[in-house]
Design a protein. Structure first.
Lengths: 358, 570
């Protein structure tokens, strides 16, 4: 027996339009103060990152693999100048152009990696959590085994297996994305599996079972949609980790060749020797790009995380004696209730047993 | 008489996602030394918020106006809790006022011994040594009636029963001898026989320790049993305040009258059930032979334990039958196996041995595939209406589910006409079909749940505590609706409840379960009018009635029964 808190539930529901219900925009409306600042900063940085990636061909003055302009070769390790505002690398590429093009590579890798891991992870988690049994046990052990390896090491092994030494644009991107996928599948798998196991015991699932609903129907209609609520948060946090893994792969030399695509980690690697000889521009700008992209996405993810929890969510203070009294469950005759009562009153009432029998 | 706490024009508002919500609106109350003030009201009336203010326990989203003047035990100092700093609040809590929570199993930390937890309060306020604190803890455990306190002070919470845990919680509230104890639904989570013992303990606190108690409850029986004075709250205001006898005998306010009227009393439903009994007897004499809808013979259900241990026997050798159109009330305390029986009939739990025939289908080692078509004839209403609806489906979609699953409609849209009829049958407006479950109140959700249970016009409806999560006035309306629908559709029903009075309202026959055994079965008049089994007698006597004078008389009866049975204190 428990006394439920009805008060909030019976408040007139606030109708919000289609945009108000979208995952990120809903949280943006909810937030106040510092949380809102964090979220907006994150959204702005992420938006810039995405826009730069989309419009890279228009923004970048040169191609990512371009070594010579109309006046001949750029020259290696040139300091920043009007022609090359961020200088050139040891290989003779324009730093500014490669930073811009790098955003495109990063975002492609994130999209492919996250989409693959989300779909596979959700499906495995749902099946393993709902059906259980030996399949569940085997999948959990495999997931734990993947967790036990350092993720970067695993990504290196996989990129070798997948690309087999090739380094074309899509080969490189897929190698990086799929190696990240394998590392992240267990995360989605675990979250969805845990949620599924929790939801499996909820009365609404039992009630569906009681009605005789088939297992796939229960899994996809009742469990799946309720289990995916925390995904936007993991999604954003994983995206930022995916950038770091990609950069790590590139830095260690398992990334994409400079002629196939621009990649921040590769550029950092090549800038290693420059730092000691006082050439700062080749390392600073790709480094900054990584930091900003990760920071923006992480800020969004962390803010969503805080806003999703009503106890962490900040609210504006209210004045004393302000606000409307919310209707309690007691005798709250809603206008529509009264219509029904009228209807019932006119209909011949056959069953007034309870009141008369006292 | 000196005042322990004096609440003056208190108003509290909360910041929520939907803007400001006012919870308490200009409440003034006071409690004298050695007095029990009951604050009564239904969910959302502001009673808990008012009481929590006395301890300064409101969350940060609350804004408080007015004053709460709290005196210490000696009456030498008075402080306004609303304006105290956090440090000052800590000094007041425990020493001048303390709290007893609703759920004893969550109010105690499972990783510390109860002695440690009681001593924690002592050490926070005084400079007692470890040994002294333990001595004090043993002393207070003895006072609240824990047997062998010297040994049990070193026990962990899970080694106590629910009632004993609540005694420990009361002990830790009492250890610094505060002048005031705030008890927030102290017996709601407990079984009714244990509730009687805890109420007895609280009464002793008042009489022996001269402690004032603010008792928050929605149960009018508990109020009648314990309270000296009663304040009725409705929508954040105190609508009536009087001493207990006056309030129950001559309620002034309309709301109070309605609230008292909706409390179910034993014997209310008897006239109707007797009438139906007569109709059934006539039919039987007319040569119509009833084939039972449910027939259980020596039904036993065990839950498997870990390897090497004996399984837990939840239902032990139970036999009963439910005829067509008959309502069987299944009563028992928590752990008595009543829900397990309901789940077994619905095919959610498998039976271990014996026989259970549902609509003629043997449930021992049944195959789900063969049972599925029969599910159309079984409706189920769950305890918590909030949890039994998929939060992402509209009410219309949820009610249409059974129709779609059993092929009566291709999709929810096609079933809409039938859904509208069903919603009207349970007295919900058609337009509510487009709402989501969280947009309905508890009572409305339980109506929708009934509509879903009845969608296929089942021959059998299993209702597992359908009203225990509802407020008392809402409960009355849902029960009324249930009775009307039963008459209209003529389904047989298994009505599971822990509340004898509720079961008595609806059931043709009542079966009492105790530790998995069926101890008594018969009509309402037989079981409640002249109980044979000692357990039924104790259960009946423990049920507090909403009338202070009658309740005082019943207490002596209960004391006698307990003495006769030599019943162990919980």
């Amino acid at each position: 027996m428990s006394t439920t808190t009805e008060a909030v539930a019976t408040l007139p529901p606030r109708k919000s339009g289609f945009f108000g219900r979208l995952p990120v925009l809903k949280q943006l409306r909810q937030s106040v103060g510092l949380q809102r600042g964090m979220l907006i900063t994150g959204l702005v940085v992420t938006a810039i990152f995405v826009l730069v990636a989309i419009f890279a061909p228009l923004i970048a003055p040169y191609g990512f693999a371009q070594l010579r302009g109309p006046d001949g070769p750029f020259g290696a390790q040139q300091p920043p100048s009007p022609e090359h505002i961020m200088g050139t690398t040891v290989g003779g590429y324009d730093v500014y152009s490669r930073v811009i093009w790098g955003a495109q590579t990063a975002i492609l890798v994130i999209i492919i990696a996250v989409i693959f891991s989300i779909f596979i992870g959700i499906l495995l988690g749902l099946i393993s959590g709902y059906i259980g049994g030996w399949l569940d046990r085997v999948l959990v052990v495999i997931g734990d085994a993947i967790y036990a390896f350092p993720s970067l090491l695993l990504a290196i092994v996989l990129s070798i297996v997948i690309s087999g030494g090739q380094s074309s644009l899509w080969g490189g991107i897929f190698a990086a994305a799929l190696s990240i996928t394998v590392v992240y599948i267990p995360q989605y798998y675990r979250v969805i599996r845990a949620e599924t196991i929790r939801i499996k015991a909820e009365p609404y699932v039992e009630s569906a079972k009681m009605l005789g609903a088939s297992t796939p129907r229960i899994m996809f209609r009742h469990v799946l949609r309720n289990a995916t609520r925390t995904l936007p948060i993991i999604f954003t946090l994983n995206s930022s980790e995916a950038i770091l893994t990609l950069a790590g792969l590139g830095f260690l030399g398992f990334g994409i060749e400079p002629t196939a695509a621009a990649e921040w980690g590769y550029d950092l690697n090549k800038a290693l020797s420059d730092v000691t000889s006082g050439i700062w521009w080749t390392a600073l700008y790709p480094g900054l790009a990584i930091v900003l992209a990760v920071l923006g996405i992480t800020l969004v993810g962390e803010s969503l995380n805080d806003l999703a929890d009503p106890r962490l969510r900040g609210r504006k203070r209210v004045k004393a004696k302000s606000g409307a009294m919310s209707a309690t469950s007691v005798d709250a005759p809603l206008p529509s209730d009264l219509d029904i009562l009228d209807e019932n009153a006119t209909a011949p009432s056959s069953t007034d047993g309870l009141e008369n029998s006292k | 008489m000196s005042r322990v706490v004096d609440i003056k024009d208190l108003s509290i508002s909360f910041a929520t996602d939907a803007g400001a919500v006012k919870a308490v609106d200009g409440v003034s109350l006071s409690v004298n030394r050695g007095e029990v003030l009951a604050i009564v009201g239904e969910s959302g009336s502001g009673k808990t918020v008012t009481a929590k203010t006395i301890l300064g326990l409101l969350p940060e989203t609350a804004t408080t106006g007015g004053a709460v003047l709290l005196s210490n035990r000696a009456g030498t100092s008075v402080s306004d809790v609303v304006s105290l700093s956090k440090k000052q609040l800590r000094a007041v809590r425990g020493a001048d006022v303390s709290m007893v929570f609703q759920e004893p199993s969550t109010a105690l930390n499972p990783v510390y011994t109860v002695g440690w937890q009681i001593a924690e309060g002592l050490r926070a306020h005084g400079k007692l040594s470890r040994a002294e604190a333990k001595r004090e803890a043993i002393e207070i455990l003895r006072k609240v009636g824990i047997p062998e306190p010297e040994v049990r002070v070193n026990y962990y919470p899970h080694q106590f029963s629910g009632g004993q845990k609540q005694r420990v919680v009361i002990a830790s509230a009492l250890v610094l001898n505060p002048g005031l104890i705030v008890a927030d639904e102290p017996t709601t989570a407990l079984d009714v026989t244990v509730q009687a013992e805890i109420l007895e303990l609280l009464r002793r606190l008042r009489d022996e320790f001269d402690t004032a108690i603010v008792l928050i409850t929605h149960n009018m029986g508990v109020v009648a049993d314990l309270a000296d004075r009663v304040a009725v709250m409705y929508q954040g205001k105190v609508v009536e305040e009087a001493d207990a006898k006056t309030l129950f005998a001559h309620p002034q306010n309309d709301y109070t009258k309605r609230l008292l009227d909706s409390v179910p009393r034993i014997g209310q439903g008897r006239a109707r059930t007797e009438e139906r009994q007569r109709v059934r007897a006539e039919r039987a004499s007319g040569g119509v032979v009833d084939v039972p809808v449910v027939e259980a013979t020596n039904l036993t259900i065990e839950y498997a334990a870990r390897f090497g241990r004996k399984g837990f026997r939840a239902v032990d050798d139970v036999s009963f039958r439910i005829g067509p159109g008959e309502v069987l009330g299944l009563v028992g305390e928590s752990g008595s196996g009543k829900t397990t029986i309901g789940r077994a009939i619905g095919g959610l739990t498998r039976i271990t041995s014996g026989s259970l025939k549902v609509l003629g289908f043997e449930m021992l080692d049944f195959a789900e595939r063969r049972f599925k078509p029969l599910r159309a004839d079984i409706g189920f209403v769950f305890q918590d209406p909030a949890a039994s609806f998929n939060p992402l489906l509209t009410i219309a979609d949820a009610v249409a589910e059974p129709l779609v699953i059993h092929g009566r409609a291709k999709n929810p849209a096609q079933a809409r006409k039938r859904v509208d009829e069903l919603l009207e049958a349970v007295q919900l407006p058609k337009s509510y079909g487009d709402r989501f479950p969280h947009e309905l109140s508890g009572g409305q959700r339980q109506r929708a749940s009934l509509a879903r249970g009845l969608a296929l016009e089942p021959k059998l409806l299993i209702a597992d505590e359908p009203t225990s999560a509802l407020d008392v006035s809402v409960q009355a309306r849902v029960l009324e609706l249930f009775a009307e629908l039963q008459l209209e559709f003529g389904f047989a029903a298994l009505f599971i409840s822990h509340d004898l009075a509720v079961v008595d309202l609806l059931a043709d026959r009542i079966a009492v379960l105790y530790h998995g055994r069926l101890v008594e079965e018969g009509t309402g008049a037989e079981v409640l009018g002249d109980p044979r089994d000692p357990y039924t007698r104790r259960l009946l006597a423990s049920l507090p009635v909403p009338d202070p004078v009658e309740q005082a008389a019943r207490r002596t009866v209960l004391a006698r029964i307990q003495a006769e049975a030599g019943a162990n204190p919980a």
